[in-house]
Design a binder for this molecule. Sequence first.
Ligand code: ASP
Length: 438
Amino acid sequence: MGIKVAKFGGSSVADAIQIGKTKNIIEADPQRRYIVVSAPGKRFDGDTKVTDLLYLCKTHIEHHLPYEQLFQVVCDRYRVTEVNLDVKVDIQKHLDEIRANLEKGTTADYVASRGEYLNAILIAAYLGYDFVDAAGLIQFNAKGKLLAEETDRALKEELAKHERAVLPGFYGSGPDGSVKTFSRGGSDITGALVARAVGAEVYENWTDVSGLLMADPRIVENAKPISTISYKELRELSYMGATVLHEDAIYPARIADIPINIRNTNRPEDEGTLITAEAGPLADGQIITGIAGSKDFTVIAIYKNMLSDERGFVRRMTGILEDYDIPLEHLPSGIDTVCVVVSNKKLDGRLDEILEEFKQQLKPDTMDVSEDVALIATVGYGMSARPGTSAKLFTALADAGVNIRMIDQGSSEMNIIVGVENDDLEKSIQAIYDAFVK
Ligand code: ASP
């Protein structure tokens, strides 16, 4: 019988009621043997995540402000859950230890990690599973970079000793044994690492939505769910802001060829979205997998006569961006033009300086700058096999009265990116959705 690794996000383990739902899900399938949990998340709109409270405690201490009340809120949440789950793990003893470490000036990583640590202890007891700490198994180097292979070996060795276990997400430890966390949302990565180590047949990521939708529901009303999507398509969509999973969670699953299933703890009957290596079959007549967009980019179009004959032009241009530590988002080009697309956030008010450098070093004939451009990615393997896809997309935008500022289509034909004015983003996504989604 294959193994399933199930990771439950913050809202799925926010209190005893939610934890009760996760228990039903876990017990409904004996293959769900390894469970990874986040810290308690929001229970209602306006609530605060335990991780945020813990970080706040640490900042208060750093600024010599009283932190006790904040820490008390954390303590109360765990104590109430302990009582409501009716488990006896002496959570108070753990809380006292954390408080003592806070007083001693422990690190922010340690403090933040305790959200997952305490939740995993409670949930393991409630399920009757072993608690396996992630410190010592998930390993980082001194610079905080994950040591993927060492981690894989350590997890394999340890988990072989446990038939069923709950692990805290989000953290591991450095060479000196001190706790190190991933970036925010990092429990997804822990889940993927555990899935890889135990050779899971699927990595289930349980959250509060039934998977990805074909477009942002704030823009497209009743956007359809995506039932299957490839890792590559997901990457294209999440790059444009469609987030459902920590980006670094994809790699461990991908190299081990483990599909990731995004599921909804509050609607376990929904199948959610399956993320796989190969593009899955699209629903009847569907050409695209999804649409995502993001605002605030700048497009610099550089024109120079006989540019196509010049050597090293793009290298010098990217060198300038590198000197300013500005990543290049896209680079659509023509015979005598190169368009540079960069994010306004990364540009950070340095546009004039960059343009001056371009002028000095590249000696262009002219440069055209469009600030406040939104990029929209229309993604799907289904597009490559269909002649007329781009025509349909551009017609939809023209009919909606949208002026296209830039077009970039990867040679894989999996993604067509258009640049439009920021104000046209919503209208464009709706128009593309209406044209393609049946
Ligand atoms: N609790 C951590 C956070 O809020 C990690 C996670 O939930 O994935 O970022």
